[in-house]
Design a protein around this ligand. Structure first.
Ligand code: GDP
Ligand code: MG
Length: 175
C-alpha cells in the first residue's frame, strides 16, 4: 500500500452521478479513505480519488470521479474513458429516485456503451424516512439491466460491495 514502485496492471475510471445531496462524496470518502462527514460541504470542481486493490494477482487502480458540487454542469469530459458508473439516489428523497432515468439517459448519451452501471440507493440507515421501497428500485434496475444495492456511507454498509460489484464485472470483462 502506498509503495510508489508498485506496478499497476489496470486503471479503471469510475464516475459517480446523481442529484446533489444524495451522498456521492461521502460514498467516495468512505471507500477511498474510510471517512465520513455529516456536514460535508459541496466542493467545487471535478475531482477524483483512487484506491488500489489486488484482483486475481493483478493490481487494479480504481480512479473514482466525483462531480464535486457541479451536478448541473457535468460535461462529456467527465464520462470520457469511464468503464464504470455509480448512479446514486437517496432512499429518503423520492425526487432523487425520480431523476434516475434522466441520469441514465445522460450516461447512455455520453459514456461508452459497455460501461458497467450500478444503481445505488444511499442512506439506507434512514429507514424511518424511507420514500423508495427496495422492491421498486430493484424492479427498475432489473428492467434497465443495472446492478443494484442499497448503501449507507454513514454506517459503512454495502459501500465496499457496491464498488467491488462494478470492479469485478469490469475486471472479468477485460480478462
Ligand atoms: P453529494 O452532494 O451527492 O456529494 O452528497 P454528500 O456526500 O455531500 O452528502 C450530502 C449530505 O448527506 C451530507 O450531509 C452527508 O453527511 C449526508 N449523507 C451522505 N451519506 C449518508 C448516509 O449514508 N446516511 C445519512 N444519514 N446521511 C448521509
Ligand atoms: Mg458531492
Amino acid at each position: 500500500y502506498g509503495d510508489p514502485s508498485q506496478k499497476i496492471d489496470y486503471v479503471f475510471k469510475l464516475v459517480l452521478i446523481g442529484d446533489s445531496g444524495v451522498g456521492k462524496s461521502q460514498i467516495l470518502s468512505r471507500y477511498a479513505r474510510n471517512e465520513f462527514s455529516l456536514d460535508s460541504k459541496a466542493t467545487i470542481g471535478v475531482e477524483f480519488q483512487t484506491r488500489t486493490l489486488v484482483m486475481d494477482h493483478k493490481s487494479v487502480k480504481a480512479q473514482i470521479w466525483d462531480t464535486a458540487g457541479q451536478e448541473r454542469a457535468v460535461t462529456s469530459a467527465y464520462y470520457r474513458g469511464a468503464v464504470g458508473a455509480m448512479l446514486v439516489y437517496d432512499v429518503s428523497r423520492r425526487q432523487t429516485f425520480d431523476h434516475i432515468p434522466r441520469w441514465l439517459e445522460e450516461l447512455r448519451n455520453h459514456a461508452d456503451k459497455n460501461i458497467v452501471i450500478i444503481l445505488v440507493g444511499n442512506k439506507s440507515d434512514l429507514e424511518d424516512q424511507r420514500a423508495i421501497s427496495t422492491e421498486d428500485a430493484k424492479g427498475f434496475a432489473e428492467k434497465e439491466g443495472l446492478f443494484f444495492l442499497e448503501t449507507s456511507a454513514l454506517n459503512a454498509v454495502n459501500v465496499e460491495s457496491a464498488f467491488s460489484t462494478v470492479l469485478t464485472e469490469i475486471f472479468n470483462f477485460v480478462n
